[in-house]
Ligand binder design. Sequence first.
Ligand SMILES: NC(=O)C1=CN([C@@H]2O[C@H](COP(=O)(O)OP(=O)(O)OC[C@H]3O[C@@H](n4cnc5c(N)ncnc54)[C@H](OP(=O)(O)O)[C@@H]3O)[C@@H](O)[C@H]2O)C=CC1
Ligand SMILES: O=C1O[C@H](COP(=O)(O)O)[C@@H](O)[C@H](O)[C@H]1O
Length: 512
Amino acid sequence: MESSTFVLFGATGDLAKRKIYPALYNLFADGKLSGPLSVIGLGRRELSNETFQAQVLDSLRTFSRRKVEESAELQDFLLAFEYSVLDVGRPEDYKKLLAHVQRREELLNIPENRMFYLSVGPEFFGPIAGNINTSGLGDTKGWKRLIIEKPFGRDLKSARALNDSLNAAFTEEEIFRIDHFLGKPMVQNLEVLKYSNPVLRALWQNRYIANVQITAAETVGVEERAGYYDKAGALRDMFQNHMLQLLMMMAMQLPKGSTPEDVRSKKRHVIRSVRPLLKEDVARHVVRGQYAAGEIRGSKVDGYTSEPGIEASSQNETYIAARLWIDDPLWSEVPFYIRTGKRMKEKSTRIVIEFKEPFNDLHNKNRGKLELDPNLLVIEIGPGEGISLQLNTKNPRQHGQLEPVSIKHESGNPDLPEAYENLIYDALLGDATFFAHWEEVELSWQWVQPIIEATEEGTLPLHSYAAGSYGPDAADELLGEDHWWLDEELPAEQHEPNDVHETDPVAIRPGA
Ligand SMILES: NC(=O)C1=CN([C@@H]2O[C@H](COP(=O)(O)OP(=O)(O)OC[C@H]3O[C@@H](n4cnc5c(N)ncnc54)[C@H](OP(=O)(O)O)[C@@H]3O)[C@@H](O)[C@H]2O)C=CC1
Ligand SMILES: O=C1O[C@H](COP(=O)(O)O)[C@@H](O)[C@H](O)[C@H]1O
């Protein structure tokens, strides 16, 4: 990797402290950052370099995955951080910044490679990009890149306007749109799972798959983000970006050895093939919910509208579920069920693939009931990572009765790189595989636009669900004859070892 200058807008903010500094430190400690490092932090408040470095150290001590110990290396790392005052709207501050960047490039003999990370509100993205352009910061002999955070627009129109403003200063190849779900190790593993396992590769299609369920359930509520969340809701906060990205990653098919552009083009194909929703049909395919008071793991919690900063009359959704189809020969007639919500029973992000059971249908039709449990492939994305496959087998201790067992692999490694580490590393390398391309973002907004409009026009009801539950009952109806696989029904939730050594990374466990 060539060395570069990391210019961080929003260096005094929450995201920088919780995610960006720890990610840079972990990359440094893992020996992944080659050459001299130069980080220039920016914000409106006045800070000396020493105070800024002390703040960075504090954030590492609090949030870093790796232990932070006094050492010469740690001192070197901290000395790479310098601070400049910059107000987004003041052109003269960009001139000062350019001089600062150039001084450090010369001193440390760093080529003119510049990474601009915008960890600030989206209203600043356009003005910053414009000022990078006009100040000369963007005229480099090396590369320049832009990392931006979500939210990327509020709807299709604003996302397009935002993209136009970025394109005035950066090409699509230079823009790295962070979706931290794409940095999660298991999400990055999805494609490898498919192409390196002929069994899965063969089964990954409508001939064998009955339905796919993608869930991101959280136990937390709105926390301290009332101002942002009450305007965003689950649709903008999670669904339009993270959930649809998971759908694309799950459904695309790639041959081994594909390039980053292949990955993005296959993802575009998936999202482009998702059957469009008509506004008048939204209520048949989408369920919105809001949490009411309830109990999570034995503790009583307030309802959404009693949370600090939320209006008692708020109609914002904290849960959303949708049923959709991909109009592609590989996936035709396979329903994809997607749901995400706050204050749900368990924290879990997972994909469940339910396989077809033609044998069941045959027996049901001809001879009554056999009722085999379906084969399930469960991909746990977080908080723990794992893969399990539920199969049916005969239990010799129960008169040969058929019962499900699961073959399970848990990564079992708590020290995996975090999403931000993976993504910042890739951006520094210029590898855009796990970043959202503009067309993916635009097509995602296009798909959710009728949901936004139906919500605004009041034709999409808001259902209540008790905190600590699985979401509103209406979301069950969305599945017709299928049903959501609940935490306790899935192999990943079975903890009784029974004949199996607890520490086996790959083990067969008795099923439900
Ligand atoms: N926090 C999180 O977990 C996540 C955040 N994001 C996104 O990341 C971005 C940053 O979020 P977060 O760190 O939480 O926000 P904060 O409010 O904590 O920080 C905002 C930062 O922007 C700077 N800033 C604000 N106004 C100006 C200005 N006029 N000129 C220059 N700098 C300014 C502030 O510095 P100062 O006050 O010194 O000027 C501060 O460093 C947002 O787009 C957010 O949506 C995305 C995912 C998760
Ligand atoms: O982007 C967001 O993601 C988090 C959930 O992320 P996870 O990595 O903890 O699963 C969510 O809480 C937040 O509302 C949303 O903005």
